[in-house]
Design a protein around this ligand. Structure first.
Ligand SMILES: Nc1ncnc2c1ncn2[C@@H]1O[C@H](COP(=O)(O)OP(=O)(O)OP(=O)(O)O)[C@@H](O)[C@H]1O
Length: 307
């Protein structure tokens, strides 16, 4: 049986009859970075708060490390580190003082973890500088260091790249990849921006109006966005042999509905059309498809940018 770090079963949360989450069922496997993508108000923070035990579902339930039920979940949440909504940083304290404060609050005796975490998030050299004078990226990294106190196996980060400049995004990305690879930490990271999260995450959950619209891997996301010529015809087997023998390409994929995605000849579509027609194949669709990440996201959530 597969081991899951997190499993949600028909998770639902409503506020006075309005759904913030609706029937969300998803699974997270160990050692992966999951991106939770949705527009403002999609339900990302609500989901994270329920997992962290800061809010409770109206319906459905969650399993953390295979355990369910509030008592067991409370125990399993010791294996969880969170940064939800904003980093819980005291502005008038240095990076180290912030870490010490949270370490003591969490009852962690060892001071050595502070040096280790400051080095890990690249804040060792900040000395006496107060957190209020940090850049947004530095604040986010300090928030992540706080979330890492207690050596969590699952880390939940709500919008940690929101508002960062490209360099800041790269810094956070490298940090998350390091955490995942060196410490085998599973990470759930939310964002409203799919292109920004692209390549940070290995798997994606797309959420819209409280509903899980799609759960897909990075490879599936790339496949869905890759530009291709989509051909539907009356003789798909013949089309395949024409592509291989006459167009000399294996760079195609036959879809379950027997349409064919051809990833070559995007710059010479006329030749493809000519060869198909010369072979007496009747074509019902011949179009160039493929989305930018942003377009793809919009198409998954129903083409509604402002909902
Ligand atoms: N305490 C609350 N009381 C009433 N409604 C709430 C409450 N918390 C969240 N909501 C509503 O639930 C929906 C989902 O909110 P949530 O904060 O989870 O979205 P989000 O995807 O995190 O958005 P954002 O990116 O803006 O933080 C929104 O419509 C929001 O207004």
């Amino acid at each position: 049986m597969k081991e899951y770090v997190l499993k949600t079963n028909s998770l639902t949360k409503s506020y006075h009859g309005t759904f913030a989450l609706r029937d969300v069922s998803l699974v997270m496997e160990p050692g992966k970075i999951y991106g939770l993508i949705g527009q403002n108000g999609a339900g990302k923070t609500t989901l994270m708060r329920i997992v962290a035990g800061l809010s409770f579902p109206t319906d459905g339930n969650i399993e953390l490390f295979g355990q369910s039920g509030e008592k067991a979940l409370q125990a399993e949440r010791k294996r969880l580190g969170c940064m939800i909504e904003y980093p819980s940083i005291t502005p008038n304290m240095t990076a180290r003082e912030n870490l010490t404060l949270h370490r003591i609050m969490r009852g962690i005796p060892s001071e050595t973890i502070e040096n280790e975490l400051l080095a890990l998030v690249g804040l060792s050299e900040t000395g006496k500088k107060k957190a209020k004078n940090f850049s947004l990226g530095m604040k986010q990294r300090l928030g992540i260091a706080i979330a890492l106190l207690g050596d969590p196996e699952l880390v939940i980060l709500d919008e940690p790249i929101n508002g960062l400049d490209p360099l800041g995004v790269v810094e956070i990305r490298n940090l998350l990849i390091k955490l995942c690879e060196e410490r085998q930490i599973t990470i759930l990271i939310s964002s409203h921006n799919l292109p920004e999260l692209y390549q940070v995450a290995s798997d994606y959950f797309i959420i819209h109006q409280g509903m899980l619209k799609q759960s897909l891997t990075l490879a599936e996301l790339e496949e869905n966005c890759k530009h291709h010529i989509l051909i539907s015809c009356d003789q798909p087997e013949k089309l395949v042999s024409v592509m291989e023998l006459q167009l000399k390409t294996l760079n195609y994929k036959v879809m379950p509905d027997k349409s064919v995605k051809l990833y070559d000849y995007l710059d010479n579509k006329e030749l493809v059309a000519k060869v198909i027609s010369e072979n007496g194949i009747f074509v019902t669709n011949f179009s160039v498809e493929g989305d930018t990440l942003e377009d793809y996201f919009i198409s998954v959530i129903g083409g509604d940018r402002n909902a």
